[in-house]
Design a binder for this molecule. Structure first.
Ligand code: NAP
Ligand code: ZN
Ligand code: ZN
Length: 349
């Protein structure tokens, strides 16, 4: 068994604190990764605080994992010891349902196995995530990571990257499309980079006036402050696609009205409370609202390869594990540029 140092929360009101546990033995198809960096996603905050009502305690968060392979099982074909590798939001799925067969494992009809806050396929063993020194997973659910990019800045691609890349590809964003991104955080800043890289005319819709210059540096062509009703009115009926990454409860109608005829709002932010949607806002311009969950393994690999080719990484602030509780507080105040990433070396000492 691999003894593993980690940080866990013991309850929804407890801070994250040191925690030890054993990982399973490396099976024939498994690889073991020494974790080097792990990104901090707002979903970690939602789950550590049980905001979605499904948390299993103790909880070891972390699903933006990069590191080096330190051990492989006898039947492993894709990886060798010493290679870089990554793990995102899930570590297994049924492999047999139509979704799994189509490479959409995140929508597995049985259930994907979440990297943390889930159960292994035995239905009993709780999964623990990347705020830890090592992780073991079946090679089919592990991604190849390029040596070309700075590794700490690659970690957030495993969730924030694929969660924004996948829906922009799904709706076919192309050169000249008018795309708006709501919320400039971990997901939002990756959405701006991808949409701009696909050739879209990108507008940042943000509640933070201080983020305008950064949004433009990241690739946005326009910036609209969402608290300014006059500015919002000017962009009514204009966007082909809106990618909504907001983490807090809010009114979807405010943004749906900004879509042009046949426009689509993609919801990826997961606020703990529902928003009402008016039939008329949708009907009058044949607008759509869709959701999207991370991305499948093949598409995650495609995204990582695209990033290596186009030199796309996340903007990160690297922290020690002991700073994690403060990082959560800062994230809740929108004070992150634009993703915290834990240097896991700070957990090994
Ligand atoms: P984040 O870094 O905290 O960014 C969220 C952004 O939303 C903030 O930077 C802020 O941007 C905006 N915002 C926050 N509170 C707001 C409020 N009250 N009103 C309006 N805007 C507000 O979070 P993240 O890691 O990007 O995650 C965003 C959401 O996506 C979370 O709910 C997370 O659980 C979810 N998520 C979903 C998936 C999926 O597969 N669908 C995957 C990962 C994460 P401005 O300052 O620019 O307004
Ligand atoms: Zn995430
Ligand atoms: Zn399945």
């Amino acid at each position: 068994m691999a003894n593993t140092k980690a940080y866990a929360a013991q309850s929804a009101s407890a801070p994250l604190a040191p925690f030890n546990f054993d990982r399973r033995e490396v099976g024939a198809h498994d690889v073991q990764i020494e974790i080097l960096y792990c990104g901090v996603c707002h979903s970690d905050v939602h789950q550590v605080r049980n905001e979605w009502g499904n948390s299993i305690f103790p909880i070891v968060p972390g699903h933006e994992i990069v590191g080096r392979i330190i051990k492989i099982g006898d039947h492993v074909k894709k990886f060798s010891v010493g290679e870089l590798a990554g793990i995102g939001c899930f570590v297994d799925s049924c492999r047999e349902c139509p979704q799994c067969k189509a490479g959409l494992e995140q929508y597995c009809d049985v259930s994907m196995v979440s990297t943390y806050n889930g159960y292994e396929k035995d239905g009993k063993t709780v999964t623990y995530g990347g705020y830890s020194t090592n992780i073991i997973a079946d090679e089919n659910y592990v991604l190849k990571v390029s040596e070309k990019l700075p590794l700490h800045a690659v970690a957030p691609l495993l969730c924030a990257g694929i969660t924004t890349y996948s829906p922009l590809r799904h709706v076919g964003v192309k050169k000249g499309d008018k795309v708006a991104v709501v919320g400039l955080g971990g997901l939002g800043h990756m959405a701006v980079k991808f949409a701009a890289s696909f050739g879209a005319e990108v507008t940042m819709l943000s509640s933070s006036p201080s983020k305008e210059a950064d949004a433009k540096k990241l690739g946005a062509h326009h910036f609209v402050l969402t608290s300014n009703k006059e500015e919002l009115n000017k962009v009514k009926n204009t966007f082909d696609v809106i990618l909504n990454t907001v983490s807090a409860p809010h009114d979807y109608g405010t943004y749906l009205e900004l879509l042009t005829t046949n426009g689509t709002m993609i919801v990826v932010g997961a606020p703990p409370k529902a928003s009402e949607v008016s039939a008329f806002t949708l009907i009058m311009k044949r607008r759509s609202i869709i959701g999207s969950l991370i991305g499948g393994i093949a598409e995650t690999q495609e995204m990582l390869d695209y990033c290596a080719e186009h030199n796309i990484v996340s903007e990160v602030e690297v922290i020690d594990i002991s700073d994690i509780n403060q990082a959560y507080e800062r994230m809740l105040k929108n004070d992150v540029k634009y993703r915290f990433v834990i240097d896991i070396a700070s957990l090994k000492n």
